[in-house]
Design a protein around this ligand. Structure first.
Ligand SMILES: [Zn+2]
Length: 226
């Protein structure tokens, strides 16, 4: 049996969340207060800060994972091009999925502290949000927002950071993914391989045997972030 903090870390508990209609999001209340503050500061520079994805529970992440493993949802390579997953062996499948998707139970989106952000000021209502690095770079619709965010994250009173800012050979860079440090840093400390293993063993995870065999390596390359 897991205690409450373990359930929260694994995405099995939603009781701590608050709903923020203005952001169409569910977050930890402390995170939400800080996001609303960040949103107000962005507005002063005419950026309309919005959240593309915030809390995601275990079941949701499991569905994403299983659909990718079964070929029902695209799996992308490092350049964002679709891979033919049927041609990969199980180990290749697992690591291809991990490039862009967290293992269920190991997503920072389970914590209520992490979310994917964009600045909506320069897009029209029909714009199809992709969350790609190209969107955040020069010529992309969110380039100016991200340059503002770069500076904002340097401020001493800003408690957000980008856990996936650089590619360390595991997760692809995700400059849009922000984390609320005061909570997330301590959650990251509390997260353990044993708890994750126990949870995965009892779920209907596709590629489960391969995942469990490689769990130490997955933990080192894809889960431990500082
Ligand atoms: Zn994210």
């Amino acid at each position: 049996m897991f205690d409450q903090i373990q359930r929260q870390l694994l995405g099995l508990d939603e009781s701590f969340l608050v709903h923020a209609p203005e952001l169409k999001s569910q977050l930890h209340p402390e995170t939400l207060a800080a996001v609303l503050d960040l949103r107000a500061r962005a507005a002063k520079f005419d950026f309309d800060l919005r959240i593309a994805s915030s809390f995601r529970n275990f079941e949701r992440q499991l569905l994403i994972w299983n659909n990718k493993a079964l070929g029902l949802r695209p799996v992308l390579d490092s350049n964002g091009e679709p891979l033919d997953i049927q041609r990969l062996d199980n180990r290749e499948k697992v690591f291809a999925i991990l490039r862009w998707s967290a293992l269920p139970g190991a997503s920072r989106h389970h914590w209520g502290t992490d979310f994917d952000v964009y600045g909506a000021s320069y897009i029209d209502a029909n714009y199809q949000l992709q969350l790609t690095v190209a969107e955040t770079e020069s010529g992309g619709p969110f380039a100016e927002f991200h340059r503002w965010l770069d500076a904002e994250l340097q401020q001493v009173n800003c408690h957000f950071y980008r856990p996936y800012a650089v590619d360390r050979g595991g997760i692809a860079p995700e400059p849009w993914h922000l984390s609320y440090a005061p909570l997330a840093k301590s959650y990251a400390q509390l997260f353990t391989l044993d708890v994750l293993r126990e949870q995965l063993e009892q779920t209907s995870l596709e590629l489960k045997d391969t995942v469990l065999e490689s769990l130490d390596e997955i933990f080192q390359r894809y889960i431990r972030v500082d």
